[in-house]
Unconditional design. Sequence first.
Length: 216
Amino acid sequence: MISRKTGVTGVARALCAFTAVCAAAAVQAQPVISEVLYDAAGTDNGTVFVELFGTPGTLLDGLLLEGVNGTDGSVYRSVLLAGVIPLDGIFVVGDDSGDGTSLVQQSDLVADVDFQNGPDSIVLRGSEGVLDALGYGDFSTASFAGEGSAAPDAASGQSLARFNPLLDSDNNLADFTVLDVPTPGTVPVSTVPVPPAVLLFLSGIAGLAGVARRRS
């Protein structure tokens, strides 16, 4: 979080910190899986979701979400994505209740994303190959299609969410945590990406603040 400070020096420091966060956000070149609820407390129908995080304006048309069966490694479900990542960088795919609507009110796209409980994997795939993958559960005797080591298998009503959507270590165990209360459509405020035009503007302001301080 960036707090308000008095004086030009404080403004310059705040702007530098903010610019550093924004620069890190700009590195996020492709979408990642940021949160998944695959086992709701009650019925899964229309209540589960997959959340993606990426650069605002990124076109998702043609990308696939694949459910990979831990039993034999086969793809048991393939969901074709469509749409654009909105300005907040968060795109939620809510499960279809069966009539084209979803009970996940933050949904940007409604589709059949009722993925199986673990040990299983969810893969985000593009034309160039796998963009991201999340494996969850005990894979000691199962087929793993995630990254690094598997994330734990969340209990009913819990979701798996990234600690920080801007950081992908390619290790599901290190990148994901279990949330008791799912948060579709929400990520840490400090990780929300900022459009390049805003970055340029802020950089200019930071430069002017530095000039003003030198003149004082």
